[in-house]
Ligand binder design. Structure first.
Ligand code: MLC
Ligand code: AMP
Length: 515
């Protein structure tokens, strides 16, 4: 069989001299650390051999909730090499969330931080997971200890293009998370398209400062550098000053708008500091036109905004250079997410699913080799989100102008995007409504200077009950990831409803926008 394992394509792009530096970073105690391409190859081979020794069926899920580290990248590569499915989990997720993911995905292996081993392993073993390892962000943990006993040479397991490579959980409008199933073919085709469209160059160096449990940091950034054999300057946490200081040795940066806002607030960001950079890319959340403009004024560089999703990886992008498909247009237009990527089709439809003319606002739909195959074990949900002729309904509202630029103008899904993370109100409301004394609640997104948008909870008590906002927030903190916690909680006597009895969130949004 002609294998289409994504790892083989990434491995083929490694430079000939494997002793060159692939990743430059600092240890938890601040010591410089350098990883060569050979290190990535050998350590991921050892981990892949460890996984092989467990004799798991092909396509087993490897669920991973660990801090950002180079060893976590090695584990991702090892999972691909071994022919299994990588399931990354945000470190902010709490036990109720982890329990859901583990019972839903039924992983064969769970890897967690040493600090969380107690509660994670309890959930995992109770759910029938056979193997739980630990991986610290300081090169410790049972995963590395066990992998040490395995060979550093490995034959990559053959995979077909439509075999699964990763499952990314994304919250649902009903409050239940859905696992988007991405194949080797989805990931590789998108990475190759972006390599060409963003003009990756021989001497590029990527600043990697994003988390690696979502599409942006794990696929767009990591695959981008690796498929070009380009080294990375690696930050386990985003620190504006340190990132700005590294720009003189780098050429490409990718971030969510909050990262740009925070760098703009740092006086070290100057034209001089950014002068070595070739490309700044933003996505995962809308970037304000003002931020785009301010960045250009301060650095002389025009941010390239693109649009993606867990289900589709990247679907549109502003042009890097002249786009032949669009009369050679090369403007990176603020407030838009650019053109459909080569090979990707994007259309705007009305509620009946009919195509809308240029300039009209409707639902954004997408079709192409980047689009996932469906939600893990949720055939009905999958069927609902695809049209009969194979278009995926993104849930975003937008328009395409006469030049071909796509703008996102809103969302038909009830979703808050806070600092690049998605918060589904239904999920948070579900947790609030379970608290003693709560009759009902609504979570709405309001504008926020740093995170773009944050959640405000409006809660109605049961008759005769006095609720305390801080107690509600405190109770949520033990149950939900920190970025989902409402920044404010207001106790009110009733929620505004329309004649159909539906809560009018638009009124709440207006009323509480100053909060
Ligand atoms: C942190 N906090 C947040 C938050 N991040 N609140 C709301 N939204 C967020 N995104 C809160 C914490 O709860 C905590 O509150 C306080 O801020 C400090 O936490 P922290 O962990 O120290 O924060 P910090 O390190 O400053 O993180 C901010 C951030 C981070 C912007 C660096 O959120 C981040 O890395 N975001 C990027 C997300 C990302 O990669 N998205 C891509 C998704 S892929 P308290 O009250 O406890 O003190 C996708 C597809 C696509 O969407 O197109 O790319
Ligand atoms: P996720 O489910 O985490 O992958 O988030 C995907 C969602 O992020 C999309 O459906 C959009 O709503 C949003 N998104 C991604 N990129 C952009 C962007 N550049 N501008 C506006 N919204 C974006």
């Amino acid at each position: 069989m002609n294998s289409q394992n994504l790892f083989e394509a990434l491995r083929a792009a490694f430079p000939e001299d494997l002793d060159q530096i692939a990743i430059e970073t600092t240890s938890a105690s601040g010591e410089p650390l350098h990883y060569s391409w050979r290190d990535l190859d050998r350590a991921s081979a050892r981990m892949a051999n460890l996984l092989a020794s467990l004799q798991l069926p092909a396509g087993s899920r490897i669920a991973v909730q660990v801090e950002k580290s180079v060893e976590a990248v090695m584990l991702y590569l090892a999972t691909l090499r071994a022919g299994h499915v990588f399931l990354p989990l945000n470190t902010a997720y709490q036990s109720a969330e982890i329990e859901y993911f583990i019972t839903n995905a039924e992983p064969a292996v769970v890897v967690c931080t040493p600090a969380n081993f107690g509660w994670v392993s309890k959930i995992a073993f109770t759910s029938g997971v056979g193997h739980v390892y630990t991986l610290g962000d300081d090169r410790t943990g049972s995963l590395l200890e066990r992998a040490m006993h395995h060979s550093d040479a490995q034959q990559c397991v053959a995979r077909k293009a439509d075999d699964l490579a990763a499952i990314l959980y994304t919250s649902g409008t009903t409050g239940r998370s859905k696992g988007a199933m991405l194949s080797h073919g989805n990931l590789l085709s998108n990475a190759q398209t972006l390599k060409d469209y963003w003009g990756w160059q021989k001497d590029d160096v990527l600043i990697h400062a994003l988390p690696i449990f979502h599409v942006h940091g794990l696929f767009v950034a990591l695959h981008g550098a690796m498929l070009n054999g380009s080294p990375m300057i690696w930050f386990s946490r985003f620190e504006p000053g340190a990132v700005i200081d590294s720009m003189q040795r780098a050429t490409v940066f990718m971030g969510v708008p909050t990262l740009y806002v925070r760098m703009l607030a740092d006086a070290r960001l100057t034209r001089e500091a950014a002068s070595h950079m070739r490309l700044f890319i933003s996505g995962s959340a809308p970037m304000l036109v003002e931020t785009h403009g301010e960045w250009q004024q301060r650095t002389g560089q025009v941010i390239l905004e693109r649009y993606g999703m867990s289900e589709t990886i990247m679907l549109t992008s502003n042009p890097y250079g002249p786009d032949k498909r669009h009369d050679g247009q090369s403007e990176r237009k603020a407030g838009t997410v650019g053109f459909a990527l080569p090979g990707v089709e994007v259309r705007i439809t009305n509620e009946e699913g009919r195509d809308l003319p240029v300039g009209e606002i409707g639902g954004i739909q997408v079709r192409g080799p980047n689009v996932f195959s469906g939600y893990w074990r949720m055939p009905e949900k999958t069927a609902e989100e695809f049209t009969a002729d194979g278009w995926f309904k993104t849930g975003d509202l937008g328009r395409i102008d006469e030049r071909g630029y796509v703008s996102i103008v809103g969302r038909s899904k009830d979703l808050i995007i806070s600092g690049g993370y998605n918060v589904y109100p239904a999920e948070v409301e579900g947790f609030i409504n379970e608290l003693p004394g709560v009759a009902e609640s609504a979570l709405v997104g309001v504008p926020h200077a740093d995170f773009g948008e944050v959640g405000v909870a409006v809660v109605v008590p049961k008759p005769g009950v006095e609720l305390d906002a801080q107690t509600i927030i405190g109770a949520l903190k033990t149950r939900l990831a920190n970025f989902k916690i409402p920044k404010r909680c207001l106790v009110v006597s009733e929620l505004p409803r329309n004649t159909m009895g539906k809560v009018q969130k638009n009124l709440l949004r207006e009323q509480y926008r100053e909060h």
